[in-house]
Design a protein around this ligand. Sequence first.
Ligand code: HEC
Ligand code: HEC
Ligand code: HEC
Ligand code: HEC
Ligand code: HEC
Length: 190
Amino acid sequence: MIRGCAARRWIHAALTLMGVTLTVAAAVVWNDAAAQESGAPNPAASTGAGAVAPGEQPIAFSHARHVAQAGIDCQFCHAYARRGPVAGIPSVERCVGCHRSILTERPEILKVLDYWEREAPIPWLRVHDLPDYVRFSHKAHVRSGIDCAACHGDVAGMDLAVQVESLSMGWCVDCHTARDASRDCLVCHY
Ligand code: HEC
Ligand code: HEC
Ligand code: HEC
Ligand code: HEC
Ligand code: HEC
């Protein structure tokens, strides 16, 4: 117990020395072109989970209509979940692949087509946002057969994507314990 506390203080001190602040930041936008589609980590990533309220996203995108109703697979849009650290946010090009011909007269689709014409990424607000000092990769989890819903809940039925799990250290470590995965501090911390 005492040794555990000392280790926590040590990591905390080391993280502080590295300039990591443990404060909660305001909502962060997925506006980095590299994080959209390419699956590269978002360099603008910052601490704190963004709670996104209804109407705040730039387009009223509904997972329920695309997944539950239209039957589109998660990984058609989040194409990097099996391959890299970041699942990725689909580019406007991917939306237009369908919406240059589907529902083209609807106001929300006209907004999508306007981003496309201006060659501007859609400035989606981040829903999940682990602190920068935490290492997480989708690849290992998805390849070991863990379903998206185990960590994200029933996104397929959501109109507005929200965070359903705490993403706390305890939440990660509980599953690592249950599944006999590593609990080494440096597996999850830089
Ligand atoms: C048609 C494309 C599309 C499909 C299919 C899709 N998504 Fe998404 N997803 C998006 C877009 C666009 C966003 C960003 C807007 C938002 O947060 O709602 C997003 C956001 C998310 C987020 C929140 C990301 C963040 O900012 O933290 C999660 C989690 C997510 N999707 C999981 C899933 C899962 C699980 C499935 C399958 C059940 C799925 N998605 C299917 C397009 C899609
Ligand atoms: C694979 C084809 C496909 C892709 C890719 C796709 N959509 Fe859709 N989208 C649909 C279909 C089909 C519907 C109608 C679903 C329903 O309600 O049954 C729809 C509906 C919508 C609507 C509701 C429009 C309205 O007012 O009725 C919006 C907004 C939307 N899509 C935005 C997006 C965005 C943003 C993206 C890119 C992140 C995207 N879609 C990617 C097929 C697609
Ligand atoms: C073991 C838990 C876990 C599983 C399984 C999982 N995710 Fe995630 N997902 C997370 C965490 C944690 C984050 C936040 C990462 C961050 O902030 O750096 C996240 C973030 C995301 C995001 C935001 C963009 C990004 O990549 O950071 C999307 C989109 C997403 N997940 C989709 C999916 C999809 C689709 C699946 C299934 C194919 C899936 N996730 C499986 C835990 C998981
Ligand atoms: C639902 C269960 C579950 C949850 C929740 C979970 N993990 Fe894991 N994690 C696993 C399993 C199982 C493995 C081992 C995968 C393997 O054998 O390659 C793993 C492996 C890892 C690895 C090693 C990846 C690699 O590249 O070898 C890291 C890092 C990791 N998890 C971080 C996290 C973090 C951070 C969180 C919380 C934000 C988290 N995990 C939440 C089940 C989980
Ligand atoms: C399976 C992944 C995982 C492992 C293993 C892990 N951590 Fe963490 N840790 C996290 C996550 C995720 C957070 C961020 C929690 C949050 O934002 O609420 C975190 C946050 C922290 C923090 C800062 C938050 C606070 O309480 O002030 C410290 C310090 C920390 N971890 C130390 C450790 C030490 C020491 C170990 C080894 C005994 C360890 N961690 C092992 C995932 C992990």
